[in-house]
Design a protein around this ligand. Structure first.
Ligand code: GLN
Length: 189
């Protein structure tokens, strides 16, 4: 099992630590040639979706990553990663545009920029969730499974090989969502 972590901007180190905790081999993706390595899954971290999207274009990574996901590479996007994967974005730009969801950027506004909560995640149970200027999902296509809601808003979902959370599981002390990604998406590929 080997997971690539997109490491051009944002909270990638925290994802690498979670994978190490799970004894999963991992490597950073910083440039096009890093995509030559074989991998069982890819993580797109939180950060700033506009900045990550621009870097993906500048580094010539956008097409190759989109292609790998569309041909079945398991991917897990957190926060900005969710926005990058969405086919439709409110208050923002579409980047990879592969997952049949509508993401609303900075959906919690400025007042409630950051907060933590415990909520239920389908198939896992109650877990801590940390939100930082987070998006949420306002609309899902028919093949998208909703995995979690907070205050009525969709904050986690899965469509085939794609998993997204609007919160940051890598900033909590739980490894359960990473474990779910490895077991349910990467191992069943
Ligand atoms: N607000 C950021 C964006 O729109 C996402 C924040 C995050 O990833 N923590 O890209």
């Amino acid at each position: 099992m080997k997971i690539g972590v997109l490491a051009v901007q944002g909270a990638f180190i925290e994802h690498i630590r979670k994978l190490q905790e799970l004894k999963v081999e991992t490597f950073e993706i910083r440039q096009k040639k890093d995509m030559d390595q074989s991998m069982d899954g890819l993580i797109i971290p939180g950060g700033e979706s506009t900045a990550i999207g621009k870097l993906l274009r500048d580094l010539d990574l956008l097409e190759i990553i989109r292609n790998k996901i569309q041909t079945g590479l398991p991917v897990f996007g957190t926060c900005a990663g969710l926005i990058l994967l969405a086919k439709r974005v409110e208050e923002g730009t579409v980047h990879l545009g592969v997952m049949d969801i509508t993401a609303k950027r900075n959906a919690y506004g400025r007042q409630l920029g950051s907060f933590s909560i415990e909520e239920n995640f389908e198939g896992i149970g109650s877990i801590p969730m940390t939100f930082i200027r987070a998006p949420y999902i306002t609309e899902v296509g028919e093949n998208v499974k909703i995995l979690s809601r907070v205050n009525g808003h969709i904050v986690a979902a899965q469509e085939k090989n794609m998993l997204v959370t609007s919160f940051h599981p890598e900033l909590t002390d739980s490894v359960k969502v990473h474990h779910y990604f490895i077991e349910e998406l990467c191992n069943k590929k």
